[in-house]
Design a binder for this molecule. Structure first.
Ligand code: CMC
Length: 434
């Protein structure tokens, strides 16, 4: 019997079917069940895709038990220490670290596309001043579809590449504009002589009335956070981008779908929720009360920034961010009582039986909000920052998927548990449902 197969016996009929098992370069193998329905007339049922690999990918690898995260094979710790966000974006998109010339060219191309169409700037005026920046970002990024018609033929490789770079280049401009609109300040145009992170900070914090100089510490930390958030294989938002893209939707619409998925508190919205939770706790004395609530099955409260579908030991990004938090708060000379509270909360939770047995550890979002706060980024912009960085991963996955000749529309099936077929009832004969 061949080794790389799984034999399934259908106890209803006695039929035996063999399914091939594919081995990846690293990680768990996957059973190829594409013929399951035609062979056995049934589907697999896996809510939340706990045991389902939705695609093959060469971009990012996670070993959740060992706390390993690799972008194109490079450990996140090395990239965080030595690389720049744009270099990482290049790596994710093209699969290799750039040479000096390649990085220079990439940088120049990103700069060339960093402005947004003047008409797009008007879109912001349609939003109320207190609109959540994520609401604006979903809308405005989706609206990019209304421009660039001449380079929107996704069957052409060059059109796909330019669209991906446009998204990467315009995201800081759009993110900063979301903030400026929310505080009623004029938008600042991008400056091509600034680096990616410096440019974003300048658009965020400078005002026409006075000079502004980017703090190099702030730019360095932002670069680190962007690298850590750049990709995370088939997470909910990336899978959403892939799902939308499988229909042939344009890249701007696909990334807008990804941004919408990221917004939820179980995903990218957790960084905003963590700071809110820490502010609610307010005092170390109240930590046990919140730990008890997190453990209470009848209370919907969860410890935000804790737990992960894949990491069951530690999230390597959280370790890097926690260390960075110490340095940043010191370098920027800002004491933050919320950081002390977070450290204490982490300590208490990690000693608690509930969190130990369920393998719940701090994730990337537990400390990222504290750093963003130290950089003067307001709470409601935290998830926007995440979206900005994750765009690198989203476009890399979108490009990978579009180049795959086996790609088909993503169309899951269901286990129908509704009512059986029944006849239409005239309105005068219906009874109220109660
Ligand atoms: N606090 C308390 N209990 C938790 C938590 C938490 N943060 N996370 C999971 N659990 C419990 C959960 O109640 C369940 O218990 P039981 O087995 O008794 O029903 C068990 O742990 C497994 O949880 P799950 O919800 O089935 O696990 P999941 O893999 O479906 O969800 C998660 C993962 C990240 C959505 C979840 O851990 C969570 O809601 N965490 C808080 C939100 C958060 O920090 N999200 C950011 C994730 S990392 C960044 C990103 O992806 O964007």
């Amino acid at each position: 019997m061949p080794q790389n197969t799984l034999t399934v016996i259908d106890n209803r009929t006695g039929k035996t079917v063999e399914f091939p098992i594919h081995n990846g370069t690293l990680g768990e193998p996957a059973i190829d069940i594409a013929t399951l329905y035609s062979e056995l007339g049934c589907f697999t049922y896996d809510p939340g895709f706990v045991s389902t690999a939705s695609c093959k990918s060469e971009i990012t690898y996670i070993d959740g038990d060992a706390g390993i995260l690799l972008y194109r094979g490079y450990p996140i710790e090395q990239l965080a220490e030595k690389s720049s966000f744009l270099e990482v974006a290049y790596l994710l998109i093209y699969g290799a670290l750039p040479t000096k010339d390649e990085l220079h060219g990439f940088n120049a191309e990103i700069n060339r596309h960093s402005m947004i169409h003047e008409a797009l700037r008007n879109f912001f005026n349609g939003f109320h001043y207190d609109a959540h920046p994520m609401a604006m970002m979903v809308g405005v990024v989706g609206s990019l579809s209304a421009f660039y018609h001449s380079e929107l033929n996704i069957k052409k490789k060059e059109h796909r590449r330019i669209s991906a770079l446009r998204l990467l280049a315009k995201m800081p401009t759009i993110a900063a504009a979301c903030y400026k609109h929310s505080v009623g300040m004029p938008f600042i145009y991008p400056h091509n002589d600034l680096g990616y992170c410096e440019n974003f900070l300048n658009m965020m914090f400078s005002v026409p009335a006075q000079p502004y100089e980017v703090n190099p510490v702030t730019a360095r930390v932002l670069n680190l956070l962007f690298i850590l958030h750049a990709d995370h294989e088939q997470n909910a938002s990336t899978s959403t981008v892939r799902m939308a893209s499988s229909t042939g939707a344009n890249p701007y619409a696909c990334i807008a779908a990804g941004i919408a998925a990221l917004w939820g508190p179980s995903h990218g919205g957790a960084n905003e929720a963590v700071l809110k939770m820490l502010a609610d706790i307010g005092d170390v004395k109240r930590i046990p009360e919140y730990i008890a609530r997190a453990k209470d099955k009848n209370d919907p409260f969860r410890l935000m920034g804790f737990g992960h579908r894949v990491y069951k030991n530690f999230d390597p990004r959280a370790t890097i961010i926690r260390n960075a938090c110490h340095e940043v708060l010191q370098e920027l000379s800002c004491q933050d009582p919320l950081f002390d509270l977070a450290l204490e909360l982490e300590k208490i939770a990690l000693e608690d039986e509930y969190f130990i047995t369920k393998k719940l550890y701090p994730n990337v979002d537990f400390y990222s909000g504290i750093i963003y706060k130290a950089l003067n980024i307001p709470n409601n912009m935290f998830t926007v920052m995440f979206a900005l960085a994750r765009t690198a991963g989203w476009v890399a996955h979108w490009l990978e998927m579009k180049a795959d000749p086996l790609q088909r529309i993503a169309r899951p099936r269901q286990l129908y548990v509704g009512l059986d077929k029944r006849d239409y009832i005239p309105i005068e004969q219906r009874r109220a449902q109660g």
